[in-house]
Design a protein around this ligand. Structure first.
Ligand SMILES: [Fe+2]
Ligand SMILES: [Fe+2]
Length: 461
């Protein structure tokens, strides 16, 4: 059953990439030939790009799931390719080869989509450009810059990393030209060499300049943009702190756990932090219905509500959260984390309360609508959320208490099948559990009492 489900998923993935090669081949062959249009040249390049795409690139991008997150990712990929392709041809025609900003497109795609697509875009651009001008040495100059710039931006976290990448690509660009000089005899002037060196650096500055505009208009964020919304100065987080302080502190602690969990298994910690900050943002609209915001247990409004109504009121924070995420133009991935953080879990407390008065109550009526978490990052967010909420019941926890409650929460989610679509392995879950325990040990307001084994050990420690 699971096997066939996995097979279906792979098939879907295959189909989803099936037309990309044709579209990219069309864009780039037309862009390359826009000045000297020849049908034969256009057809040759179209076929060449198809061969590169289906022969090499497709194998490489198969590991990437980013493109399937949302159609807007694919449209952005085509868009950057389209503008970049025409820009490269225009600049070559007007200023010459040394001015071609070859790393612009791969850098942007690596930052906004992922490394696999960024490097593939760079490979196609540099190969097709060299092919178009019948100059293989051109490929040896362009591709190393692409390779270095995309590789260095693979796990980018800061602007500095982007400009450093531009600088290193500049060195690579210069070295590749100097290495070819004895064979090619470019007879470059000092200005030409300066252009060769500074071109990638300028490209990296342009990338930093246009990145925020792309992020705000498409809601597809790079890690740099995601890190920027993880600030207490964000208007939404200010509102959360004022209207639902309990939820605010819960979100901060979930972020701490989730980020550490993501780091422990080498997935994107910045993405999970951003998702954790905003996962319960919908609670702003009716904070008093959530236990973490109650001043005293007597204030509990659910005491006066039927369990069905309580369930609906609680579940509403998902719909409200999505609406708020759209209104404030939060990243698409953050919006998607909102329904995924509860997946299709049952609100057990209200379900068992309903069962007391009506034994025929359907469990399905007490489920969140989902979907279940789709990626490792979303799985970690769900785990961190559940662990943070369950840890509140511990008054003066020992390490063993914390371990017990974390293991119990993770096992529950695993058995309920909520993590089925995340691809998290059992070993990764074990690593995440250990990372959560470390966070509890480090959080200043969660002092853990260590069991005293003997007096001597207490003194020596
Ligand atoms: Fe929630
Ligand atoms: Fe939560």
């Amino acid at each position: 059953m699971n096997q066939s489900k996995r097979g279906d998923a792979d098939k879907l993935l295959d189909e989803s990439f099936a037309y990309d090669g044709i579209i990219i081949a069309l864009i780039i062959s037309v862009a390359n030939n826009m000045y000297d249009l020849s049908l034969l040249g256009l057809a040759n390049e179209f076929i060449l790009i198809l061969i590169i795409w289906y022969g090499i690139v497709e194998q490489f991008i198969h590991t990437s799931k980013t493109m399937n997150i949302d159609t807007r990712y694919r449209l952005l990929f085509y868009g950057i390719f389209l503008i970049g392709g025409f820009l490269n041809t225009f600049i070559y025609k007007v200023y010459g080869i040394t001015f071609i900003p070859i790393i612009l497109v791969p850098m942007l795609i690596t930052l906004l989509i992922d490394y696999e697509f960024g490097a593939s875009a760079g490979l196609i651009l540099s190969l097709s450009t060299a092919f178009h001008y019948h100059d293989f040495f051109m490929f040896l100059h362009l591709f190393p810059q692409v390779f270095v710039s995309t590789y260095l931006l693979k796990n980018v976290r800061s602007r500095m990393q982007v400009t450093k990448t531009g600088l290193i690509s500049g060195v690579v660009s210069l070295v590749m030209i100097l290495l070819q000089e004895p064979v090619r005899h470019f007879y470059f002037s000092l200005t030409d060499y300066l252009v060769v060196f500074f071109n990638p650096l300028v490209s990296s500055i342009v990338v930093l300049g246009i990145l925020p505009y792309i992020e705000v208009s498409t809601r597809i964020y790079s890690n740099i943009g995601l890190a920027e919304i993880c600030t207490p100065n964000h208007p939404l987080l200010k509102l959360l702190l004022i209207h639902a302080p309990g939820t605010y502190y819960h979100s901060m602690r979930v972020a701490e756990l989730a980020e550490h969990g993501a780091e422990s298994i080498n997935v994107n910690p910045i993405l999970v932090r951003a998702c954790a900050y905003y996962h319960d943002i919908g609670k702003i609209r009716n904070p008093e219905y959530f236990i973490e915001n109650l001043k005293t247990p007597e204030d509990n409004p659910h005491d006066k509500l039927a369990p069905e109504n309580s369930k609906a009121t609680i579940a509403k924070h998902i719909k409200d959260g999505i609406e708020i995420a759209k209104k404030y133009r939060l990243p698409i991935q953050v919006e998607m984390a909102i329904p995924q953080h509860h997946g299709t879990r049952v609100q057990k407390y209200f379900y068992s309360k309903a069962l007391e008065s009506n034994p025929n109550t359907r469990v399905e009526d007490f489920r969140y609508e989902g979907p279940k978490p789709k990626t490792k990052e979303m799985g970690i967010l769900m785990l961190a959320d559940v662990v943070e909420a369950s840890s509140k019941s511990l008054k003066h926890p020992t390490v063993d208490d914390v371990r017990q409650i974390i293991e119990k929460s993770v096992a529950e989610l695993f058995e309920e099948g909520e993590l089925d679509e995340t691809n998290l392995t059992v070993n990764e879950l074990k690593t995440i559990i250990e990372s959560f325990i470390e966070v509890f040990e480090n959080l200043s307001n969660q002092r853990i009492e260590y069991p005293i084994i003997d007096e001597k050990m207490e003194i020596t420690n």
